[in-house]
Design a protein around this ligand. Structure first.
Ligand code: FAD
Length: 392
């Protein structure tokens, strides 16, 4: 009997499971948490003081009838035996597997990082850590807020930029920007990994009062002294800091181990998204090594491709990204695909309105992806990087 197992009820897993159910497939969805967090919301909680309840929902409310939801922690996958083991000993067999377990945040990779998060919170590890960051930002009257990254690979490449913009606006509103310096320390040559995007973002950061250090990859943090040291040999003093942790693949045992890359991400065919060497197992979103940005948009689009393929269509993932860079009242997007590097996208009020609409559609698009598909398709076609290659 057919049994489709989806691992992880994050963005990709929920879209895949709900779409499959809408087509009448029997689906079992395994998730370790009771609550789903809209991860970009951590930025608004940490730097604008939003209430976390805006960005969290019980997983069971996001699952349609027809999806069997199992709460439990996946411990291992045996691809040869088509078997998934949970930490509590339960086992599940499958005819088709979709791995959507996201990325593991490795706070132990950087000395001092755990202590930093325990003390100040951050905007990656969860809603309560983001609340903690807000409680410190609210009290900051002078000194330097540093936003930095421990590794160039992290989900949502413009997330530190958004953090810096939002923090700067908050401090400006409080009349403290100036006595508090917002400092963005990036592990890249330019103000963004893509030089084209950097040319758009850099002047905006300057206009909005954010200072930037490039080629600054966090190597260690001394919380007591308030110093961050970089691999490149620089150091920055801070009064408050948030460092994006190194990302790894999901912390589970996978057999055979050769399907994992050196950081534990699952190797996939970048177009079909099947696990390398297996036609009955797929990996989508942050857990895979597909060479595109790790974002909710790519997880959502990957889920659609995999469901199409399960239904017998020869759909292919094109690596499309649409990462928003939100600034005060305006936004830009980082738009690219496998065949096309990022295009220049100016900050405008219209794009901010689009981003606010995307955020508003999030919960519904997880549960009823097929209803949103025509709207999203129209948007993605109109903004295909080949169509807007001259700029938007
Ligand atoms: C600050 C921030 C801002 C962001 N901004 C944007 C943005 O503006 N636009 C955008 O598109 N993306 C953004 N992202 C990225 C986006 O949130 C992720 O890329 C997206 O959630 C990835 O989806 P996923 O399904 O691959 O993984 P996730 O959504 O992380 O889901 C993984 C799920 O697997 C579960 N899980 C993990 N391990 C186990 C286990 N062993 N057993 C059972 N369950 C398990 C987790 O609990 C989780 O529910 C942002 C991320 C952050 C942190």
């Amino acid at each position: 009997m057919e049994r489709i197992l989806v691992l992880g009820a994050g963005t990709g897993g929920l879209v895949a499971a709900n779409l499959l159910a809408s087509h009448g497939y029997p689906v079992t969805l395994i998730e370790k948490r009771e609550t789903h967090l809209f991860q970009p919301g951590m930025l608004w909680i940490a730097f604008q003081g939003h209430n976390p309840s805006r960005y969290t929902r019980p997983v069971k409310e996001l699952v349609r009838p027809g999806v069997e939801l199992v709460h439990g922690e996946v411990a291992g996958i045996d691809l040869g035996d088509r078997l998934v083991r949970l930490a509590d000993g339960r086992t599940f067999t499958y005819t088709t597997l979709i791995i959507a377990l996201g990325a593991h945040l490795d706070y132990d990779a950087t000395p001092g990082h755990r202590e930093l998060v325990e003390r100040y919170g951050d905007f990656y590890s969860g809603a309560s850590a983001a609340e903690k960051m807000w409680s410190h930002l609210r009290e900051l009257t002078s000194g330097r807020l540093v936003i930095a990254a421990a590794d160039p690979l992290y989900k949502c490449p413009p997330a530190p930029h958004k953090a810096a913009f939002l923090a700067a606006y908050t401090l400006k509103r409080m009349g403290r920007l100036g006595s508090v310096e917002v400092h963005l320390a990036l592990p890249f040559l330019h103000e963004y990994p893509s030089e084209v995007v950097a040319r758009i973002v850099a002047p905006k950061l300057e206009d909005d009062g954010v200072r930037v250090s490039t080629l600054f990859t966090v190597e260690s943090i001394d919380v007591r002294e308030g110093k961050i040291y970089s691999l490149e040999g620089e150091e920055l003093d801070f009064s408050l800091a948030a460092v994006i942790p190194a990302h790894r693949g999901p912390m589970i045992r996978v057999e055979p181990g050769e399907v994992l890359d050196e950081d534990g991400f699952i190797k996939v065919d970048k177009y079909r998204l099947n696990v390398e060497g297996y036609d009955d197992a797929y990996a989508i979103g942050d857990s895979s090594n597909a060479p595109t940005s790790k974002t909710g948009v790519t997880a959502h689009l990957g889920a659609e491709v995999v469901v199409d393929r399960i239904m017998g269509y020869d759909s292919r993932f094109n690596g499309r990204t649409n990462c928003p860079i939100v600034a005060d009242g305006t936004a830009s997007f980082v738009i690219s695909s496998y065949g096309h590097p990022p295009v220049p996208v100016k900050f405008t009020r219209f794009k901010r309105m689009l981003e606010d609409l995307f955020i508003a559609s999030y919960w519904s698009s997880l549960k009823y992806p097929e209803r949103w598909a025509p709207i999203f398709r129209a948007y993605f076609n109109a903004t295909d990087p080949r169509v807007i290659s001259g700029g938007w």
